[in-house]
Design a binder for this molecule. Structure first.
Ligand code: ZN
Length: 199
């Protein structure tokens, strides 16, 4: 077996985390090639992005959020019902050491901590975690007069559902009924929104 070539991500990670290196070598080249290691240590996804910054990627026939895929490939399966959250508050980041599986409550606590320590400067502006973007669910130019969600939301709903999020959870998150979510997921509603179009 040939050793993996030195990976800048590995080196940076080693520097930041005192030797605790996630097994980046498990990441296939097609994923690694779309990751840019920033000076801060974040691994920023260079492929398709959700409007809020999260990376999108197709992997083995499924759509994934890039950070959830990298977490799964390096750390392991995401425990049922948990979200993959960012310690670094940087949506495109896929660095497994910046990611953790947690609940919505963990996410809220993390945000409070960040604000306490970082002051207002660290408040995320426009790139908040998806679960905190209710104010962004403003209908902007969506043709349907009664639309409560945007095309970007539709793509997120479908991708999240593919990724294992339940209809109930999605319904709660988007303040829609479960049947409404189901119609979106099955394509009965919003059929014109194509899955891989990134806004
Ligand atoms: Zn990061």
């Amino acid at each position: 077996m040939t050793p993996d070539p030195p990976n800048p991500a590995t080196l940076l990670c080693r520097a930041r985390h005192g030797g605790t290196v996630p097994p980046v070598h498990q990441l296939p080249g097609s994923i690694l090639s779309r990751i840019l290691v920033t000076p801060s240590g974040c691994w920023e996804w260079q492929g398709a992005r959700h409007p809020l910054g999260y990376g999108y990627v197709r992997w083995e026939g499924k759509r994934w959020y890039a950070h959830r895929l990298v977490y799964t490939l390096t750390v392991g399966p995401i425990p049922h019902g948990l979200l993959v959250l960012h310690h670094c508050d940087n949506p495109p980041c896929c660095n497994p050491t910046d990611l953790y599986a947690g609940t919505q409550a963990d996410n809220m606590r993390d945000m409070v901590e960040r604000n306490r320590w970082g002051g207002s400067r660290s408040l995320p502006s426009g790139e908040r975690h998806w679960s905190h973007r209710t104010p962004n669910r403003i209908v902007r130019g969506e043709a349907h007069g009664q639309a409560k969600i945007t095309a970007a939301d539709v793509r997120d709903i479908r991708a999240s559902h593919d990724d294992g999020e339940s209809l109930r959870s999605l319904a709660r998150r988007y303040k829609l009924s479960r049947p409404q979510i189901k119609r979106i997921v099955t394509g009965q509603a919003w059929a014109h929104v194509k899955e891989d179009t990134v806004a």
